[in-house]
Design a protein around this ligand. Structure first.
Ligand code: ARG
Length: 404
């Protein structure tokens, strides 16, 4: 029997897919499950995959790689899609797809499969990654070809076939979680006028339920990478985990937006990304202090490009490599600490410092110890205004002849 490796999440779509594959295509299924910090019950997912008919289940803990090689580069780039989405789902997809490819090559499979729909972004990210890393592999996407039209029909199929799915009929959300955040779609959220019901949120509490007393957090960066939380050195996985808990408890990181999908659909999205929002804010704050004016502006333009690249599945491309090279140079001085106050959903900077700061109090001060040469400013302005003065004089001549 031919074998296929399926990217398995333990959720509704991919559990139904295992059963469907066996029935329709008569393939042996290897369920590949990557741990990106989604806090899923992985032993339960393993049991579910087997109960749905998987031959083998492979579970890989990719959390460290995820943070080091995917999340930190995205953070260094300040990658945020369409002014809101911290790309939590998008930046994990190339890693899961790479794991899928590795598993397929290891077991000599010709096929890989994913549980993405035909109208979403994730199919693009999976298949672009497979194309980049192992173009000889063939991809099957059961959700694009099977008979189920709604999630309700899938739930019915699962219940009828004894697949124990984690979704209840009255809570039909599609949720994707990893360390960098949660993406929530479907159900009542498809009405953009409706406020997300209380039960949609997983990682944050509502601002009105958050403590009345704010909390301060201090993030230390070394060359653009967060290395300490509140003075304690820790690895990225732990730092993001702890920060998610602190910021989530203060209602920081809720995002409700309408975004443009790669296939051209506008989509209402609810995200929760407490640590991502705090770290992206802190990182930008430290860059304001340590990057030159020109580098900061060029970088801001490139961060849009970088966000689009992650969103549209172009992680394994020459462009990403080239942008990473530019960003690496910009990050060499992004070292220092940022203090932020978290309070009922807000995240505000209260202080920053860096051994490589370009801020010079002696030049900036309006008080004691001013080292700025005020007289030199007069000469500077004579030259600076040369062309503006010429334009002013010309306007006078024009108006003198009756021009308006
Ligand atoms: N709209 C987001 C994106 O394109 C989230 C996708 C969420 N995926 C999911 N299976 N729920 O990255």
């Amino acid at each position: 029997m031919a074998k296929i490796v399926l990217a398995y999440s333990g959720g509704l779509d991919t559990s139904v897919a295992i059963h469907w594959f066996r029935k329709k295509h008569n393939l042996d299924i290897i369920a590949y499950c990557a741990d990106l910090g989604q806090n899923a019950d992985l032993p339960a997912a393993r049991r579910r995959a087997v109960s749905a008919g998987a031959e083998k289940v492979v579970v890989k803990d990719l959390r460290d790689t995820f943070v080091k090689d995917y999340v930190w580069p995205a953070l260094k780039a300040n990658a945020v899609y369409e002014n809101g989405y911290p790309l939590n789902t998008a930046v994990g997809r190339p890693l899961i797809a790479k794991g899928l490819v590795d598993a397929a090559l290891e077991c000599g499979c010709e096929y890989v499969a994913h549980g993405c729909t035909g109208k979403g972004n994730d199919q693009v990210r999976f298949e672009a990654t497979v194309a980049a890393l192992a173009p000889q592999l063939k991809v099957i996407a059961p959700l694009r070809e099977w008979e189920f039209k709604t999630r309700e029909e899938e739930i019915d199929y699962a219940l009828a076939n004894g697949i124990d799915v984690p979704v209840k009929r009255d809570k039909p959300y599609s949720i994707d979680v990893n360390l960098w955040g949660a993406s929530i779609e479907c159900g009542e959220l498809e009405d953009p006028w409706r406020e997300p019901p209380r039960d949609t949120h997983l990682l944050t509490c509502a601002p009105e339920q958050a403590p009345a007393k704010p909390v301060e957090v201090e993030i230390a960066f070394a060359e653009g990478v967060p290395v300490k939380l509140n003075g304690k050195a820790m690895n990225g996985v732990k730092l993001i985990g702890e920060l998610n808990a602190i910021a989530g408890a203060h209602a920081v990181g809720r995002i409700d937006m309408i975004e443009n999908r790669t296939v051209g659909i506008k989509s209402r999205e609810v995200y929760e990304a407490p640590a991502a929002v705090v770290l992206l804010t802190a990182h930008r704050i430290l860059e304001e202090m340590t990057l030159s004016r020109e580098v900061n502006r060029q970088k801001a333009a490139l961060s849009q490009l970088y966000a689009d690249l992650i969103y549209t599945g172009k992680w394994f491309t020459d462009l990403r490599e080239a942008l990473d090279a530019f960003i690496a140079v910009t990050q060499k001085y992004v070292t220092g600490e940022v203090r932020l106050r978290l309070h009922k959903g807000s995240c505000t900077v209260v202080g920053r410092r860096s051994p490589y700061s370009l801020y010079d109090k002696k030049l900036a001060t309006y008080g004691e110890g001013d080292a700025f040469d005020h007289r030199a400013a007069a000469g500077f302005l004579t030259i600076y205004n040369l062309d503006i003065r010429a334009q002013g004089a010309r306007r006078k001549r024009y108006e003198a002849k009756g021009g308006k």
